[in-house]
Design a binder for this molecule. Structure first.
Ligand code: FAD
Length: 421
């Protein structure tokens, strides 16, 4: 039965032990999901999840909580579809209400070429069993009566990719739900415990993504992690640190093809319910949804410059407001209450990096989640846990290995992953 009222601590505090079977760095949705499925599916519970701040302090507590599976590539669609399916049963499984509202997700197209792009996506989705189709102005107007469908906008809405099972979840509830379930299995969660170094045998640095095909990367093994609270011996270390992924990976001597860019969002004062779909416009680089509380959550594209700043900026606020008003001009008097940013780990092909690292035994990555990784927490955690427990890479995550950059087998997901989240 789903528990409505909290009667006990969600997770306990522990002294850091001197060794664990697995150390996971980063207690966002990916780190906690990996720990959860290690325990639940494989009985591996001698696990520590290290978090340098509070749980969910990174992007897991800063995102706009959109869940969907209507991606573009044959590798991405089944992967995200599996995650959506896991999310659908997660409240029950964790006995914790995640407030998952499958209200439907619309990606608007305002140009002929965008409509063509959506048609390709819809066909790819349908072939792979994902509920997604292109709809046109009449149906859009019925589904979203508040949307400006007049001839006023400079870029009128021409069509939309409609994805009925997409929606919004309560992001912090997901983090807490996984954390509580980990704690119940005896997995230790260590907030305010920063990993400061990763120990390994072999060379001090390796450019795992750039080693040319045919040349074997240098050999080495993970031996432990250094933290602000002392050293830990561990043969397996998992990097789930999103925007900090390159910094943490460099501790293990592994450089990653990732750049770090802030992504901003904002929230307005609460309004009477008027919008029950998630609205995304890739042409206008904006997206909007209304929460159960009534406030509008709005987001934009990533900042143009690389940075580790988590502050909002005026130009992005202006962009979010301007383009939201293109879609919903009636909101012109609504006040924005808060604006924030999270730092995103952007890969060149807009796909994640999941799995082991050639040549460095015991080192695993679940990074490169850019602006769209919250929806993938369950699937990445589940299949990475299988990879760690069995030593075999499951088919579903195989395309996302770090080695794709040296083997030139990129998974170009930008068409469905950029501003759409
Ligand atoms: C504004 C915004 C909107 C977004 N909207 C969506 C959306 O609608 N849908 C979607 O699917 N995705 C969205 N995303 C992306 C999504 O939030 C991320 O991809 C996802 O949360 C990544 O989860 P994670 O667990 O990998 O990382 P995080 O939640 O960032 O967790 C990483 C953790 O690692 C910790 N850490 C870092 N270094 C160390 C260290 N040395 N030692 C210990 N701990 C460390 C950090 O403190 C952090 O808590 C959005 C992101 C932002 C910023």
């Amino acid at each position: 039965m789903i528990q409505l009222f909290r009667k006990e601590r969600m997770w306990r505090t522990h002294d850091l032990q001197r060794s664990y079977d697995v150390v996971i760095i980063g207690a966002g949705v990916h780190g906690l999901a990996t720990a959860y499925y290690l325990g639940k599916d494989h009985g591996i519970t001698n696990v520590a999840v290290l978090e340098k701040s509070y749980l969910g302090a990174g992007n897991s507590g800063r995102n706009t909580a959109i869940i969907r599976a209507n991606y573009r590539t044959p590798e991405g669609v089944p992967f995200f579809a599996r995650s959506l399916a896991l999310y659908e049963s997660l409240s029950r499984e964790l006995e914790w209400n995640l407030l998952f509202n499958q209200c439907g997700h619309l990606t608007l197209a305002h140009t002929d070429s965008s409509v063509d792009g959506l048609r390709v996506r819809a066909e790819t989705n349908q072939i792979m069993g994902v509920d997604s189709r292109v709809i046109y102005r009449d149906e859009i107007a019925k589904l979203v009566p508040a949307l400006d469908m007049s001839d006023r906008p400079r870029l009128p809405v021409l069509a939309a990719l409609y994805h009925p099972p997409g929606g919004i979840i309560r992001h912090d509830a997901v983090v807490w739900g996984y954390a509580r379930a980990c704690d119940r299995m005896g997995i230790e969660i260590h907030p305010f415990t920063e990993a400061t170094d990763i120990h390994a045998t072999g060379p001090a640095s390796r450019n795992a993504a750039d080693t040319p095909p045919g040349i074997e990367p240098p050999e080495g093994k993970i031996t432990g992690v250094e933290t602000a609270k002392g050293g830990i011996a561990a043969k397996t270390v998992v990097n789930c640190t999103a925007g900090w992924a390159t910094v943490v990976s460099r501790m293990a001597g592994v450089s990653l093809p990732i750049v770090t860019q802030p992504l901003q969002a904002c929230v307005t004062e609460p309004l009477k319910p008027f919008l029950d779909k998630v609205i995304v416009s890739a042409n206008l680089h904006v997206y909007v949804s209304q929460t159960d509380r009534g406030d509008l959550v709005m987001g934009a594209e990533v900042d143009p410059l690389q940075s580790y700043s988590m502050l909002g900026t005026l130009p992005t606020l202006e962009q979010m407001a301007t383009y939201t008003l293109e879609l919903f001009p009636q909101l012109h008097n609504v006040s924005v209450l808060r604006q924030w940013a999270g730092i995103c780990d952007m890969t060149p092909d807009f796909s994640p990096i999941i799995g082991g690292v050639e040549g460095l035994e015991g080192y695993y990555l679940d990074v490169g989640w850019g602006t769209y990784g919250f929806k993938a927490g369950p699937v990445a955690g589940k299949y990475l846990a299988e990879c760690i427990a069995t030593g075999k890479t499951p088919e579903l995550i195989e395309p996302f290995a770090l080695s794709r950059f040296r083997n030139e087998t990129l998974v170009g997901e930008k068409a469905a992953a950029a501003v759409s989240h």
